[in-house]
Design a protein around this ligand. Sequence first.
Ligand code: SF4
Ligand code: SF4
Length: 281
Amino acid sequence: MCEFCHKHGEGEKWYLQAKNYSEDLLSDLRRRKFIADLSSHPEDVATSLAKAERLEHLPAFVRSVLTPYLSNRQKRIHFGQVLPIEDVERIFGFVTSITRFACICRHVTLGTEQRYCYGVSMAPQGGKLEQLIRSIEPSYLMGPDRAGLEALGREEALTSLREHEKEGLCHTVWTFITPFIGGICNCDLSDCAAMRSTVTYRMPVMFRAEYVAEVNADFCNGCRKCMSVCQFGSISYSAAQKKVLIDPRRCYGCGICRASCVKDAIILRDRSTVPVAATIW
Ligand code: SF4
Ligand code: SF4
């Protein structure tokens, strides 16, 4: 279990606790201001990413002090975790509204509208979170297709997330002043600020999943399709065995490789049962 499970989940997965999606948490004025600022100033995402990139180029001893300090600060404000589709399905099973909208990261990094983010709420019609965003009318939600916020049913949303998985996108869940959870994103290393900060610039703003992938060599035919979709460089190919291998110390547990494998050769194991990966977040 990651540290959020201990702090905000009473030893269970923190993002499966309904209390962390509570409408009451949105009465907090500091939280409302954070969401309003983030929504109305998407350019701040680019500023944060540029800072993470600068950090990457600092001397190692400076990094070793600054990185945990900045990452811990981020944990209190806006932090994420990778999660596989089955846990997305569990979340969709208890929230009462799901709203799709344009991704802030893609707006900033690509300059295009890409509808990969899903607001989740325990209230019907998006509750206070949607009211807050509508009251701001962020410019990034008014991209070329002008669809704004789209209310989706559970099955429709899940189908959409499964399609994102086939595109190779990694599901992540996000806090807005921790522990309040307001959304699920579908990330890509090339255009997601959080993944770039965490993986490319080694400034973590999200945890790995509570899982680790494993290959059943008996089923693997060595096609390497899974290697091509893993965004974390966790999979290698053994020419001698004509099979792939997953390094559990590098695996983020997203399950995207599993979705790509037509031989059903990949499973996700609970991270706590894989000793070499159990404490790597
Ligand atoms: S996609 Fe499946 S069968 Fe192909 S290499 Fe990966 S694990 Fe093996
Ligand atoms: S090996 Fe699979 S589960 Fe692990 S990070 Fe890569 S795609 Fe995700």
